[in-house]
Design a protein around this ligand. Structure first.
Ligand code: DGL
Length: 258
């Protein structure tokens, strides 16, 4: 039986979901977390939808079987591919997904130009098409796949000359004098924030869906009476399908700038 002592499961295609785990930990430090990254199979974003669905179910069910009281899919790509089917199969489990924070960016005023950086899968799936449909009158919306960031973050190069070079090429079609809103629509991308600012300028406005998702995860537990009492020490177990990536999970968690 699930109780407030049961763990919160957090999954991602790899190390990116740590940018969500830090937000969860910030507002629920009394909880016990199991983080599972599937770095062996990352990147997900360039794979067919059915394959991502299968991989996401595999990671999720491994942790559900261990008695998780909530599942946080800390991955926009896995959310687009598998969240609705997971919710059908596990109707009693709160399942929190990540989606690109297009709403606050599009509604930030003055009909902004919004660049939504995400994986190819996120940009081609129904969930994103629905978001664009809702906010197309409020902003000019440009989808920009950036698979190279995932690879660089997975190999400890989130803040590196290689990242700067990759981003300089990626953003070369954009006018650096213009003010853009950039949506970080993949949980690996917040780790490239410094590099994005170096390339696009300090005034660029960045939008990340993780803080909102963390607040929603907390609300879901509150409503079910499943929050652990405040003041108790929480814990995090870091797991990965590629054992070699576990030190990177820990160091990204410890060094992440909120
Ligand atoms: N971190 C994932 C996301 O939020 C995807 C990265 C990948 O392609 O594996 O979309």
């Amino acid at each position: 039986m699930v109780t407030c002592e049961s763990p919160i499961a957090v999954i991602d295609s790899g190390v990116g979901g740590i940018s969500v785990l830090t937000r969860l930990w910030e507002i629920m430090p009394q909880e016990n977390y199991i983080y599972f990254g599937d770095s062996k199979n990352a990147p997900y974003g360039v794979r067919p939808t059915e394959e991502i669905k299968r991989l996401t179910f595999k990671s999720a069910e491994k942790l559900i079987e261990r008695g998780a009281k909530e599942l946080v899919i800390a991955c926009n790509t896995a959310t687009s591919a598998a969240a609705s089917e997971l919710r059908i199969k596990y109707p009693d489990l709160p399942i929190i997904g990540l989606e690109p924070a297009l709403k606050p960016a599009a509604l930030s005023g003055g009909h902004p130009t919004v660049i939504v950086m995400a994986t190819e899968l996120t940009l081609r799936e129904k969930k994103f098409a629905g978001l664009v449909e809702r906010f197309r009158d409020n902003a000019e919306i440009i989808g920009l796949p950036a698979p190279g960031i995932v690879e660089l973050v997975e190999t400890s190069r989130a803040d590196s000359p290689e990242m700067d070079e990759y981003l300089r090429k990626l953003f070369s079609p954009f006018d650096k004098e213009k003010e853009y809103c950039i949506v970080l629509g993949c949980t690996h991308f917040p780790f490239a924030k410094r590099s994005i600012r170096r390339v696009m300028g300090e005034n660029v406005k960045l939008f990340d869906g993780a803080p909102g998702a963390a607040r929603y995860a907390k609300k879901q537990l509150e409503e079910r009476g499943l929050l652990r009492p405040d003041g108790q020490p929480g814990s995090i177990r870091f797991e990965n399908s590629d054992e070699n990536s576990i030190p990177l999970l820990k160091s990204l968690f410890e060094s992440y700038e909120l």
